[in-house]
Structures are given as C-alpha cells and as structure tokens.
Design a protein around this ligand. Structure first.
Ligand code: FDA
Length: 301
C-alpha cells in the first residue's frame, strides 16, 4: 500500500511547481552555488568524511553548453585545491558531450582528468543509462592508457556488469560499484531486489580478488554487511576500499561506518540544474509519501 502511494506521489511530484519540488529535494543537494558545496564539504571533512563534488547537469545537446559545463568542472578542481578540501570530482559523460560526439566528449573529459592530475586529484566518471555504457567504457579505457587518476562507475543491476569487471580488471581499474538508478528493460537488467544484490556481491568479490580499488556505493545494510564480510574474509587492506553514500541519505548508517574506522566519501551535488537528479532521489526514497503528508499536515496547522 505504502509502495503504491509512493509511486503515486512521485508521479504527482513531477507536475508540481519547481519551488515545491525543491522543498523536498533540497536535502539531496548542497545548493545552487559552488560556495554552498564548499561549505558543506568543509563540514564533512571536519567529521573525517571525504567528498566527491558534482556539478549537476546531464543530457547536454550543444557543444557550447558542454564547454561551459567543462569550465565549471575545472573551477571545482581549482576550488578544491585553493580550499584544501578533501574531495575529488564526479562527472557525468552526457554533461560533457557523450551524446553529441564521442571524440569531442573524450577531449573534454581528458582536459578535466589532466587538470586533476596536475593538482594530484582524481576524477570519477559516473555511469548513466544503458545507452551510455559502451561509450563510457570506451572513453574510460582510452583515458586509462594515459592517466591513473580516473575511475569508472559500474551498476550491478546490469547483467553485463560481471563481464565488464573481468575485462576492466585487466587494466587495473578503479571502481565505484552501485546498484544503478535508471529504468532498464528486463532483457539486460536484473529486476528483483535480491538478484541485484547478488550481482553486486559477485562483482565486488571479483574486484577484491583482483585487488582493484573499489568505492562501495550503497545505503543497503545488507550490502554494507556483505562488503565488510568480504573485506574480512579476503583480507582486503583499508587502502583498497571506501564506502560511498549520497548526500541526504541514511546519515545514521554513514556515521556508524565512520565510527567503525572505515573511509567514507559523500557524493555532494550542487548547481542550478538540480531537477532531474532530485526526482531520481525522490523516487528512491521509500518514505517520500510519508514525508510529503507529514509536511502537508504541518502546513495545514
Ligand atoms: P536501496 O535503494 O535499496 O536503498 C537502501 C536504503 O537506503 C533504503 O531502504 C532507504 O532506507 C535508503 N535510501 C535509498 N535511497 C534513498 C533516498 N533517495 N532517500 C531516502 N532514503 C533512501 N547510480 C547510477 O546509476 N550511476 C551512478 O553513477 C551512481 N552514482 C552513485 C554514487 C553514490 C556515491 C551512490 C551512493 C549511489 C550512486 N548511484 C548511481 C545510485 C545507486 O545506483 C542507487 O540507485 C542508490 O544508491 C540506491 O541504492 P542502494 O544501494 O542504496 O539501495
């Protein structure tokens, strides 16, 4: 019943004015300005938590907009350096031209990775929907020939991912492993919760076996426990893994993992283009219906 209510609420959210959506979405983003993200990262760093900063934006269709997005990413790298933040940068390939022209996108991403290299920093390439998977892996493989400060994201809901892990381990890849957020057809993606988890554990085990660095990106207690079990059984050193979580999600779990002495990195998105990202987060929030009703009730009083 609650699940159905959540689905209804999420489709209603999409027709609400942006200002109303922002009210529920703001927990997931640092704000609209780079300074908002800087302030937030400073607070996280004080607690011993690392960050990965992300300029919100995706599915860009013109080269002019891509170049603007690239300069924003470069500005983030500069700001991280100037403020001595403990943060790297996450980028979205379609924000940097992946759907316009593959060579053009590669050149833009390369410029960002080269700047990060100069600053001793690191760039994580986010993974978008399955129409981007091959192209993103192609760009990543090419970058890996030249750079060691770039990593990729893989999604355990895709049936292909275990094979991708085996392939990408051969070039000593650095991963973020997540379940995956886009809606994909059953021919290519696992659909039930436990299959996605099983695939996650299988991929993680292979990454650990081949001594790849992995960012374990999940808020699922089951997967956190499985990761800790594998770490122990396979004697994975702390410098080969970290936990990663999204801003505004399960801070209690985050604090527990930090307290236990594990490295934790928070995804800190910011920028004016917050809408699509926030809708994806709201869809995933199992309590979105409850929270919206609670607030309506509060406003009504
Ligand atoms: P699951 O969805 O089962 O969530 C576990 C629990 O966490 C829920 O029961 C709930 O309590 C809580 N929770 C989860 N989402 C919530 C929300 N929005 N609001 C409130 N509570 C919530 N995906 C992708 O396709 N490409 C990418 O590049 C990335 N990048 C990325 C970076 C990082 C750091 C993280 C943590 C995640 C991503 N993702 C992603 C998203 C990922 O694929 C996935 O959609 C989410 O992490 C949710 O999956 P969980 O593993 O957390 O499990």
């Amino acid at each position: 019943m609650m699940l159905l209510l959540n689905k209804i609420i999420v489709s209603v959210v999409k027709i609400l004015p942006k200002s109303v959506v922002y009210f529920f979405a703001k927990r997931y983003i640092a704000g609209e300005r780079l300074q908002d993200a800087v302030n937030l990262v400073k607070e996280l760093n004080k607690k011993g938590i690392l960050a990965t900063m992300d300029v919100l934006g995706e599915s860009i269709t013109t080269k002019e907009e891509v170049i603007l997005a690239k300069s924003e990413c470069l500005a983030v790298l500069n700001t991280i350096k100037q403020n001595e933040l403990n943060s790297n940068l996450s980028i979205k390939p379609t924000q940097l031209g992946l759907n316009i022209d593959l060579e053009f996108a590669y050149q833009q991403i390369k410029e960002i990775v080269a700047k990060a290299k100069e600053y001793g920093n690191f760039v994580r390439i986010d993974m978008e929907d399955s129409s981007c998977t091959d192209k993103t892996i192609t760009v990543f493989k090419r970058l890996r020939e030249e750079f060691d400060n770039v990593g990729i994201v893989l999604q355990s809901y895709l049936k292909r991912t275990y094979n991708d892990v085996v392939e990408l381990n051969k070039i000593n890849s650095n991963y973020r492993l997540c379940k995956g957020i886009y809606i994909e057809p059953a021919e290519i993606a696992f659909k039930d919760r436990q299959s996605v988890r099983d695939s996650y554990v299988r991929c993680l085990e292979q990454m650990m076996k081949d001594k790849a660095y992995v960012g374990i990106a999940t808020h699922d207690d089951y997967l956190v426990n499985e990761a800790l079990r594998l770490k122990k059984e396979m004697v994975v050193p702390g410098n080969l893994m970290e936990f990663q979580m999204l801003l505004g999600v399960k801070e209690d779990l985050r604090d527990k993992i930090v307290k236990e002495g594990h490295k934790v990195r928070i995804y800190v998105p910011f920028g004016k283009d917050w809408y699509k990202y926030s809708i994806r987060r709201l869809k995933e929030n199992p309590n979105v219906a409850g929270q919206i009703f609670a607030n309506i009730f509060k406003f009504g009083k």
